[in-house]
Ligand binder design. Structure first.
Ligand code: SF4
Length: 217
């Protein structure tokens, strides 16, 4: 389980990403990036931005999402988006396995946590670990996730998990906070432009039920 014992609260991850991209541009290379994607709206800006510099495999791995129909619909929207957008470098979408029973096992005891708490950190790590393993097997240069674009997601915790997995695997984590540089705003514009389905709950059954209670009240 990931423990939020971070001393990295003041790190500007966008600045770290800017420097990394500058280095890549100077080298004149197009590295291979394994990007974990949670949904089409969050991926829209991240794909537009990163495909300028990377060849991207976009991994849709989200066993947290319930029900399965919702999971599958978000996957279909992501594939449609990637088909309809134009990219400078190659982008391909791959769908990961759907293993919700593993998600429920991992978050056992955290069912009533508030969104943004420990259950979410476990959920981030589960998805990032799958991305890291995919990247390691495939010999990718970097891995990262779209998750930091959401104002509801904790970029410090995401980058701390990325760092831990980088140390464990030897695959470089692309440090990032995609909500910066108006990333979140741009994702809303692109969602409108491509008429993307925008879900009204994060993904798991707990976040769905919580939203339902809010609406009912
Ligand atoms: S609220 Fe979202 S991030 Fe948190 S556990 Fe549920 S699906 Fe995962």
């Amino acid at each position: 389980m990931f423990n939020k014992m971070s001393n990295s609260n003041n790190i500007n991850y966008q600045r770290i990403l800017d420097k990394e991209i500058e280095k890549i541009k100077n080298e004149g290379k197009v590295p291979r990036l394994l990007l974990h994607s949670c949904c089409a709206p969050c991926s829209s800006y991240v794909l537009e931005y990163l495909s300028e510099y990377f060849e991207i495999t976009d991994l849709y791995y989200n066993p947290n999402i319930s029900p399965k129909e919702e999971h599958d619909f978000r996957a279909a929207e992501l594939k449609r988006l990637a088909d309809e957008m134009n990219f400078k470098n190659k982008v391909e979408v791959v769908e990961g396995r759907y293993n919700p029973e593993d998600f429920y096992e991992k978050v056992k005891g955290h069912e009533n946590d508030k969104e943004g708490g420990e259950r979410c950190f476990i959920c981030y790590e589960m998805r990032l670990r799958e991305a890291m393993e995919y990247a390691k097997k495939g010999g990718y240069d970097y891995f990262t996730t779209t998750l930091s674009i959401s104002p509801l997601k904790n970029a410090q915790v995401l980058n701390d998990i990325g760092k831990k997995l980088e140390e464990e695997s030897g695959v470089k984590y692309l440090y990032s906070d995609f909500k910066k540089k108006n990333g979140y705003k741009r994702s809303i514009e692109l969602s409108k432009e491509y008429d993307l389905y925008r879900q009204n709950y994060c993904g798991c059954v707990f976040s769905k039920n919580h939203n339902q209670i809010d609406v009912d009240n």
